[in-house]
Design a protein around this ligand. Structure first.
Ligand code: SAM
Ligand code: SF4
Length: 333
């Protein structure tokens, strides 16, 4: 097997597939209240097209696939798609990121179809604040969905929290406390200056080091947990069952050097870096009938477009960066 290598000796092992740009929430940092101009139906990739790309990537050493969106639980046909991915020989880890609104009724089917684990996004533990940030009153539904994910064994459950000063910084200790008696991984994500989030100023960004300080002031020194893959630095409060992940896309210098991922958007673009507008269309060539070999060469080309670093490392005001106009909902985070 010839691994997929980028030009900086990073091996690509992680594929994120955004299956829809639609969503049933309107998180203020992600989507406008009115929604966005949805991708026309005929430009949305079919499941068999995603599967074809995934099969080629897995044959080249990708062993981790994440399904995301928009809100992936909204798209019909998801369960057979998961079964199809699960059949790929060499795939070791199949996960999905969801806002949890529809999770209660779908968790069992997701598990039975072969999904290994879930990330659920939840930025606040207050029903009122949830309605404010997502513009939808669905806190109870998401909480029930998280409980259900544990019940059906979709573990480890990871809870994604986007940290925003003045909104949920006061809840950082409460989120950390959730890990004491539950095997959950709470992952704090720095607010990334993309799409709608560019309306936030620098002062609303809370860096991973500050989040760590806040937690340590309350719970004492965090223990580092060995975790080689992925963007998170993982810690544990002494004696806790769960863990705390810090994702410092902006503050952490080594973030890009560990990057092992590529993304496919809902309309079939290969996106080598979340923070760069560079992308490569796979959908049109696929629909024009290219062979598997030609598709593999295109994927290699896309991997070769990965930058060494994202430009946000430079210290300029992130919101001013022209590379970040894309809406997160079309990329899947
Ligand atoms: N709808 C699903 C959800 O919310 O989990 C999946 C797609 S969403 C785009 C994936 C992740 O990206 C979520 O955890 C969300 O909070 C995060 N996200 C969206 N916009 C973001 C931003 N500007 N900065 C940091 N994280 C962001
Ligand atoms: Fe929807 Fe997820 Fe974006 Fe929130 S973060 S609007 S749930 S896609």
């Amino acid at each position: 097997m010839k691994p997929l290598m980028d030009n900086y000796q990073r091996q690509i092992r992680y594929l994120r597939i955004s299956i829809t740009d639609r969503c049933n929430l309107r998180c203020r940092y992600c989507m406008p209240a009115t929604g966005v101009k949805w991708i026309p139906h005929e430009h949305i990739m079919r499941y068999e097209e995603f599967l074809r790309i995934a099969r080629i990537c897995v044959s080249r050493g990708v062993d981790k696939v994440r399904i995301t969106g928009g809100e992936p639980l909204l798209r019909k046909g998801l369960i057979p798609f998961i079964r199809g991915l699960k059949e790929l020989e060499g795939l070791k880890d199949l996960s999905l990121t969801t806002n949890g609104v529809m999770l209660y009724s779908m968790a069992e089917d997701l598990k039975n179809a072969g999904l290994d684990r879930l990330n659920i996004s939840l930025d606040t533990l207050s029903r009122e604040k949830f309605s404010h940030i997502t513009r939808v009153d669905a806190f109870e539904r998401v909480s029930a969905g998280i409980r259900r994910a544990f019940d059906v064994g979709l573990s480890p459950v990871k809870v994604n929290v986007v940290a925003i000063r003045g909104f949920n910084d006061d809840e950082i200790p409460a989120f950390a406390e959730m890990t004491l008696n539950s095997p959950v991984e709470v992952r704090f994500i720095e607010l990334m200056p993309m799409g709608c989030a560019t309306r936030y100023g620098e002062c609303e960004l809370i860096g991973a080091p500050e989040i760590r300080d806040i937690i340590e002031k309350r719970f004492g020194s965090l223990e580092k947990v060995e975790y080689k893959h992925g963007p998170a630095q993982v810690y544990r409060i002494g004696g806790a069952q769960g863990t705390i992940g810090l994702i410092g896309a902006l503050s952490e210098h080594a973030f890009c050097s560990r990057c092992n991922r590529i993304r496919i958007t809902a309309s079939g673009y290969l996106r080598p870096c979340l923070f760069s507008e560079k992308e490569l269309d796979l959908r049109i060539p696929m629909r024009q009938g290219i062979s598997d070999h030609e598709l593999e060469l295109l994927i290699e080309k896309g991997v070769g477009m990965k930058n060494l670093n994202h430009r946000l490392c430079t210290g300029s005001h992130p919101a001013a960066d022209q590379g970040c106009r894309t809406l997160m909902s079309s990329l899947g985070g």
